[in-house]
Design a protein around this ligand. Structure first.
Ligand code: SF4
Ligand code: SF4
Length: 283
């Protein structure tokens, strides 16, 4: 089973939920945590995993042989990402826009394009106690998150409960992270901003046809409009976490809810039971 943890906006407590869920489930299940928030992966701060493996993540970008190229412009026409352009007698390549789809080299009539690896980040694997841990990290200045996320997700262990921590928002990296999950937990907070971004996230998740539920964090900080919205839209509120100085203090010290306040483990186990019910895996 794959559970993704996402949020319409940053700072809602997504990391707290993903790591606490992993640490609570590990008592009863084999668990894997995959940090796909590749621009700012920080699950490791809470889990402190032992690293066992590291690889460079790359995208295969085109390289043009000027001796073969006749500057016909075909490569620029077929590139959906504007990553290659032919200007007069020159082929310009923009590595940061290239998705490595290979269309330009495949369709070049002169076979003038070869490919070379362009490093965009790293994939790291390790373990924290019995939790299998994987994270992707985009290199500074690189813009291409989806290929790293795809590589992290290739490492999903189907014999474990896989928890995928997505980046905040609703852009391509989030879609890449949550697609193929059996259930998506949307972490939000009861404020006008939280509600606005939750609505966008729900729209995106529904388009992907993924069942979802909400974890409402910092309850007490705002109003009841988010709960009213969830009721209206028939979105289950799976767990509520109060606005609490002790939780904030633990978080500021890199301690998860499950470790700092062990009574929360049962609540996360109950949350998982609800997910099993909603996905039909609890029968
Ligand atoms: S498609 Fe091939 S031959 Fe045509 S401009 Fe591009 S690299 Fe050159
Ligand atoms: S590999 Fe794909 S994305 Fe990259 S330049 Fe070629 S066509 Fe464009």
């Amino acid at each position: 089973m794959i559970i993704s943890v996402a949020s319409g906006k940053g700072g809602t407590g997504k990391t707290l939920v993903a790591t606490s869920l992993a640490l609570s489930l590990k008592e009863k299940y084999r668990v894997q945590l995959l940090d796909c928030d590749v621009e700012e992966p920080n699950d490791h701060v809470f889990l402190k995993p032992v690293s066992t493996y590291k690889e460079t993540a790359s995208v295969m970008i085109p390289e043009v042989d000027d001796n073969k190229c006749n500057y016909c412009g075909r490569c620029g026409e077929v590139c959906a990402y504007n990553a290659i352009a032919v200007v007069k007698q020159k082929v310009l390549i923009f590595p940061d826009l290239c998705h490595g789809c290979g269309a330009c080299s495949y369709l070049c009539p002169e076979k003038a394009i070869s490919e070379r690896a362009n490093g965009i980040g790293v994939i790291e694997k390790g373990y924290a106690d019995s939790i299998d841990f994987v994270q992707g990290r985009l290199a500074i200045g690189k813009a291409m998150a989806p290929p790293i996320i795809r590589r992290v997700k290739e490492l999903v262990d189907n014999d474990r409960v896989a928890i995928v921590d997505a980046s905040p928002g609703t852009s391509c990296p989030v879609i890449e992270a949550v697609r193929e999950s059996d259930f998506c937990l949307l972490v939000s907070e009861p404020t006008p901003f939280g509600l606005n971004d939750l609505m966008l996230a729900v729209e995106a998740i529904r388009k992907l046809n993924i069942k979802c539920g909400v974890v409402l964090n910092r309850v007490g900080v705002g109003d009841s409009k988010t709960e009213e919205y969830c009721r209206r839209e028939n979105i289950p509120i799976m767990l509520t976490i109060p606005l609490d100085t002790e939780i904030a203090y633990l978080y500021s010290r890199g301690i998860t809810l499950a470790e700092g306040m062990p009574q929360w483990k049962n609540k996360f186990l109950e949350l998982f039971d609800k997910i099993l019910e909603l996905t039909g895996d609890g029968n």
